[in-house]
Design a protein around this ligand. Structure first.
Ligand code: ATP
Length: 607
């Protein structure tokens, strides 16, 4: 059988001459297997040695002398792959029929290289597959981490940021790219991260937890965990940050509520039976200093000047002071300086001697000052006292002496003077309508009653007080619907307690049924036109916290359209910027802030 290289080789006998073999060369190809008559393999005849041998020894010489005996026989081709003996020049693969395939060293090397190449390719294919699986797993892991509500931060043992979850946008207001690849120390130095938990974990190599406040207004509980490799060396730091803003808010609200309740309880407990508190019908904290002051000043003889808007209860307070003083058994004389004509004022106040003016009683008349002997003289609307009388009053206040109209003899009295005004006396002094020396004499102890709108907690108390009073007086059993109470709570009360008192009387008298609904209120109240917050309309009962939230949401929405940065909104609404950002997140309001600091931080971090 005649075959080419790699195929079954041609076998010839060793005693054949080169001429014999040459005749076969047309149908064969080198190398040729040379055997002896016993079929024993002598060697391999290759092209080079054949021609050399023929050239040197002539074509009649036997080919046995030209064979190469440096060969090795193997049983199948796969064995060639592992044969690495470089000294062997020919490799013969024998099949079961005793036929051979011949491979020279270069071909074997080729086979080996091809095989190695295949093996590498196969390994690459496997690696590629494995890589695909890993990629997919990595992608899944990233999706899982990114969908986490918590923020996850991973750094290596040097603090280089390896991974940041997508929630960083919501938590820190910055995308993960801003952090990834950066070193934590640099991020802290640039002010992008404060109070870094990672750096502490790197230092202590133990679990660290911190509460942190981000610039977005979100408060988180950040927990950092060190991860160690098999050699026990720190390899990663994993930070998990959980949004606890609402929790903190709630905690603060509860603490605040508790402190208010504590305060109110203490306030009410301490003063439960305090007659001043009862008569003033108050439970407002704003009134505490006033009640304390009244308690202190009432037993003394000091002059008191009560200031406050019209209808806040100045007259009532004057009476309370008198009743709490040692003069309580004596007269409490009240005179409204604005209600008596100036021409009659002097004689009303100081009295007159018999026959001192036309039409006067011939026996004279005791004035209010003298009537107050041993007790209290209350001068209401003192700002209306004519200037000429102010001199006489100054003498009365300073010396407790006076001369009646038409009289010549100085009289002395033992009185305490309380005055009240709803005017700005200092302004009147500037306008030369009130004497400064008299002002300071009356103003020894000033007491200012806050208007009703500044102590809304007193409104329900007073409403019940007046409802009771007028129900009794008119033999009625009228009550208010909750919606009416809401409207009354939101009203400004320019006329203060007097206005409230009048309204309650009017409602009890005019009510068509036992319950008063918003329709039964005067127009200015039922339309809520006097509410403190423009645009906030309450038309029904809802939980207070819901009402507060809705109001906040509406105000924020308005402010967002008007002001473009959270700093300006914060300024306009009188709260800090952190609160604004937190509330914008809370109400999920659409707000695109062109915030200089934030952009600056991104740019810096990207550099
Ligand atoms: N704490 C109170 N409890 C119950 N009623 C009150 C209280 N304070 C004031 N009032 C009532 O409100 C009305 C106005 O009170 P008062 O005359 O004392 O106010 P005022 O400040 O002196 O007013 P003005 O400045 O107009 O003289 C009175 O009818 C009074 O009964």
């Amino acid at each position: 059988m005649i075959v080419a290289k790699h195929a079954t080789a041609l076998s010839v006998f060793g005693d054949m001459t080169c001429t014999d073999v040459k005749a076969l060369l047309d149908v064969s190809d080198f190398p040729i297997v040379v055997i002896d008559s016993d079929m024993k393999l002598n060697g391999i005849l290759d092209e080079k040695s054949f021609w050399k041998h023929a050239a040197v020894y002539g074509f009649e010489t036997k080919i046995i002398h030209a064979v190469n005996a440096n060969f090795k026989i193997v049983m199948n081709e796969s064995e060639l792959v592992n044969r690495i003996d470089p000294t062997i020049e020919y490799w013969l693969v024998s099949d079961q029929n005793g036929e051979y395939k011949v491979y020279d060293a270069a071909q074997v090397m080729d086979i080996q290289l091809r095989h190695q190449h295949e093996a590498v390719k196969q390994m690459n294919r496997l690696l590629e597959e494995e890589l695909d699986v890993l990629r997919e797993q990595r992608q899944q892991l990233k999706q899982i981490l990114d969908s986490s509500y918590d923020e996850i931060f991973v750094t290596d043992a040097e603090g280089n940021v390896l991974y940041v979850s997508e929630s960083s946008k919501k938590f820190m207001g910055l995308p993960p790219d801003v952090f990834i690849g950066k070193n934590m120390k640099d991020l802290v130095e640039k002010g992008i991260i404060h109070n870094s938990v990672t750096l502490e974990v790197l230092k202590t190599k133990s679990i660290v937890s911190h509460q942190q406040l981000y610039v977005t207004g979100i408060t988180v509980l950040a927990t950092g965990k060190p991860v160690f490799n098999e050699e026990g060396e720190l390899s990663l730091v994993i930070i998990n940050s959980r949004d606890i803003t609402e929790l903190v808010d709630l905690r603060n609200q509860i603490a605040q509520a508790n402190s208010v309740i504590d305060h109110q309880n203490r306030f009410l407990l301490e003063r439960k039976s305090n007659p001043i508190l009862i008569r003033m019908n108050t439970r407002s904290e704003k009134m505490v200093p006033l009640i304390d002051l009244v308690e202190k000043v009432a037993p003394t003889d000091s002059s008191v000047l009560i200031e406050g808007e019209s209808g806040v209860g100045k007259s009532i307070l004057a009476r309370i002071i008198h009743d709490a003083s040692k003069r309580k058994e004596k007269n409490f004389i009240q005179i409204n300086c604005g209600a008596i004509p100036p021409s009659l004022m002097e004689s009303e106040l100081f009295g007159y001697e018999g026959g001192s003016f036309t039409g006067a009683n011939k026996n004279g008349k005791i004035g209010l000052v003298e009537q107050a002997e041993g007790g209290t003289l209350f001068l209401d609307e003192i700002g209306e006292l004519p200037l000429d009388l102010q001199v006489k009053l100054l003498q009365l206040v300073q010396e407790k002496t006076f001369i009646p109209v038409g009289g010549t003899k100085m009289k002395k009295v033992d009185i305490r003077i309380i005055s009240a005004t709803n005017k700005n006396l200092k302004q009147k002094i500037k306008e030369m309508l009130f004497r400064e020396d008299l002002y300071y004499r009356l103003h020894v102890v000033p007491i200012v009653i806050p208007p009703l709108r500044e102590r809304p907690e007193d409104i329900p108390l007073l409403i019940h007080y007046f409802l009771n009073r007028f129900n009794k007086k008119y033999e009625q059993c009228i009550s208010l619907a909750d919606s009416v109470m809401q409207l009354l709570l939101g009203y400004e009360w320019p006329g203060n307690i007097r206005e409230l008192e009048n309204l309650m009387e009017q409602l009890v008298v005019t009510s068509k049924g036992p319950v008063i609904y918003p329709e039964g209120l005067p127009r200015h109240l039922s339309k809520s036109s006097g509410t403190k917050l423009p645009g906030v309309a309450v038309s029904g009962i809802l939980q207070l916290n819901k009402a507060v939230e809705e109001t906040e949401r509406q105000i924020l929405k308005l402010a967002i359209t008007k002001y473009k940065t959270s700093r300006k909104i914060a300024k306009a609404l009188g709260v800090n910027q952190t609160t604004i950002i937190r509330k914008i997140h809370k109400y999920d309001l659409h707000f695109h802030e062109e915030d200089e600091t934030r952009l600056q931080a991104i740019e810096e971090a990207a550099n």
